[in-house]
Write a protein that binds this ligand. Structure first.
Ligand SMILES: Cc1ncc(COP(=O)(O)O)c(C=O)c1O
Length: 429
C-alpha cells in the first residue's frame, strides 16, 4: 500500500509556534503547501474565473481547468450577481470613484452610507434605532464588543460562536465566560454567579451558527439574559435577509427582535457584497462610530459596494426577496433530505448543510476529491470546529436548481463511500 503523505496530517496549530528570527513556521508552512501542490492535491485557493454563480469556472494552481458546482459561496440569494445590484454599484463607482478614501468619522461618509443606514432601519422595522456601518462583518464584532466592554466587565459567549466575537472579547480584555452551545441552563448558572457583582454583562450568540447551520435558541437565551440585566448581541451574519416573516432573521422568527441590544448583520452573505453593521440604540451607535477602533482608524465602506448592498436590501425587502427566501428554504430541505441517512449532517436546519466526516487528516484528500469530481464545498477543520469534527460545509442558495442539488448530494455520497465516512443512521456531530 502507498504510504500516506505526511501533509495529510495537517492541523492549523502545527505551524503556529516558533520564536526564531527567521520565521521558520512560515517556511515550514510554505513547504507543506509545496508538497501538497507537487502531488496535485492542494485544492485551496484555486482562483475563480468568474463571479459567484451556481456553476463556476476556476483553475488549479497547476493550470488544470475546473468547472464546478458551487456550494461554497454564501451568495445565498444570488444578489451578488443580480443585474440591478451590479448597475447600482456601477453608477456609484462613476459618481464617487473607487474608494471612500477617508475614515467614516472624517471625510469617508457620503450620502450612500446615509441611505444604507436608513434602509437598514426600515428593513429591520426598528424605527428610532441607530446604525454603525463597518467595512466587514468581522470588524462589526471586534469593533463593537471592544468599544463597549472594558476590563472589569463580563462577556458570556456561546461556545460555538464565530472567531470575530471571540477576538472582540479578547480586545476588550473583559472577563470571558463560555456557555455550552445553545444551553440556556448553563448560561443561567453563569449569570447567577456573576450578575450580583458585575457592573456590565454582554451575552453573545448567533442567529444561524456558521459551522453547524442550526438556529440560536434566541427565544430562551435573549429573555434569560435580560432577566439578569445583561445586554445581548446577536450575530445574524448567516440569517439576516434569509428567514423570519419579513426576512429580518432568526430574532424576528423567534419573536425577540425588539429585545436584542446589538443586532449584528453582514452584507457579504444574503446581500452578496461586503461590509456589515450593528443596529442598536441611537446614542450607542454614535458612540460605536467613534470608539470602535477598527472603524475610526480605517477607511469607510467603499461607495460601489454601499450602493449595491442598498439595492440588494431594497430587493430583499420586497416580493423578490420573499420569493428567493422561499426557494432557499425549499432548496435547503431538498439537499438535507438527499444527504440525511447517508452522511452526518449534524443539527443543521438551514441553508448551511455540514457533512461531518470527523478526522482532520481526511480534509486534504477530500477537498481534492470533491473538486476533481466537480464540486466546490468548503472543507473545515480544527480550530474552526472541534477536534475530530471536520466537515464539508455546503452553502445552499436560492439559485441552485433541483438537478444541481441532486448532483451535489450524489458527489458527496460518492465521496463518503470512497473515503469511508458513510453512516447508515443519522448520527450526532
Ligand atoms: C457568524 C459570523 N459572523 C461574522 C462573520 C464575518 O463576516 P464577513 O465575512 O462579512 O466579514 C462571519 C463570516 O462568515 C460569520 O460566520
Amino acid at each position: 500500500m502507498k504510504p500516506r503523505p505526511e501533509y495529510y496530517d495537517y492541523t492549523y496549530d502545527m505551524f503556529i509556534a516558533s520564536i526564531d528570527g527567521e520565521q521558520s513556521e512560515a517556511s515550514r508552512f510554505s513547504d507543506w503547501i509545496d508538497a501538497a501542490e507537487r502531488d496535485g492535491v492542494y485544492a485551496f485557493e484555486a482562483p475563480r474565473l468568474e463571479g459567484q454563480k451556481t456553476m463556476v469556472h476556476a483553475r488549479r494552481n497547476d493550470g488544470t481547468p475546473l468547472h464546478l458546482l458551487n456550494f461554497s459561496s454564501y451568495n445565498y440569494l444570488g444578489y451578488g450577481m443580480h443585474r440591478e445590484v451590479i448597475d447600482a454599484a456601477k453608477a456609484a463607482l462613476d459618481q464617487y470613484g473607487l474608494g471612500a478614501c477617508s475614515s467614516p468619522v472624517q471625510a469617508g461618509t457620503n450620502e450612500l452610507h446615509k441611505a444604507l443606514e436608513q434602509q437598514l432601519i426600515e428593513f429591520v422595522g426598528l424605527p428610532g434605532r441607530g446604525v454603525s456601518l463597518f467595512s466587514s462583518g468581522y470588524a462589526v464584532n471586534t469593533g463593537t464588543i471592544s468599544a463597549l466592554m472594558k476590563r472589569r466587565h463580563h462577556i458570556v459567549i456561546d461556545k460555538s460562536a464565530h472567531m470575530s466575537i471571540l477576538e472582540g472579547a479578547q480586545l476588550a480584555r473583559s472577563k470571558v465566560h463560555y456557555f455550552e452551545h445553545n444551553d440556556a441552563d448553563h448560561l443561567k448558572k453563569i449569570l447567577e454567579e456573576i450578575a450580583p457583582t458585575a457592573s456590565r454583562i454582554l451575552v453573545c450568540t448567533e442567529g444561524v451558527f456558521s459551522a453547524d447551520g442550526d438556529y440560536g435558541a434566541l427565544d430562551k437565551i435573549v429573555p434569560l439574559a435580560k432577566s439578569y440585566g445583561a445586554q445581548v448581541l446577536v450575530d445574524e451574519a448567516h440569517s439576516f435577509g434569509l428567514c423570519g416573516k419579513q426576512g429580518r432573521g432568526v430574532a424576528e422568527e423567534l419573536g425577540v427582535l425588539d429585545q436584542v441590544d446589538y443586532l449584528v448583520v453582514t452584507f457579504s452573505k444574503a446581500l452578496g457584497g461586503i461590509g456589515g453593521a450593528v443596529i442598536t440604540r441611537h446614542e450607542i451607535a454614535r458612540y460605536i462610530n467613534w470608539y470602535a477602533r477598527c472603524r475610526m482608524f480605517s477607511c469607510a465602506l467603499d461607495p460601489a459596494v454601499t450602493a449595491g448592498v442598498t439595492k440588494a436590501l431594497e430587493l430583499a425587502g420586497g416580493s423578490d426577496g420573499a420569493a428567493r427566501r422561499t426557494r432557499l428554504q425549499h432548496n435547503a430541505a431538498v439537499l438535507r433530505g438527499a444527504l440525511e441517512g447517508h452522511v452526518n449532517t449534524g443539527r443543521s436546519r438551514s441553508w448551511i448543510v455540514p457533512v461531518i466526516y470527523g478526522p482532520e487528516n481526511l480534509s486534504i484528500p477530500l477537498a481534492d476529491w470533491l473538486q476533481r469530481h466537480g464540486l466546490d464545498g468548503s472543507v473545515m477543520s480544527f480550530p474552526a470546529v472541534p477536534v475530530n469534527e471536520a466537515r464539508i460545509r455546503l452553502f445552499v442558495t436560492s439559485e441552485h436548481d433541483e438537478t444541481q442539488l441532486q448532483q451535489c448530494a450524489d458527489i458527496v455520497r460518492g465521496a463518503a463511500v470512497e473515503l469511508e465516512f458513510t453512516i447508515t443512521k443519522k448520527g450526532t456531530p
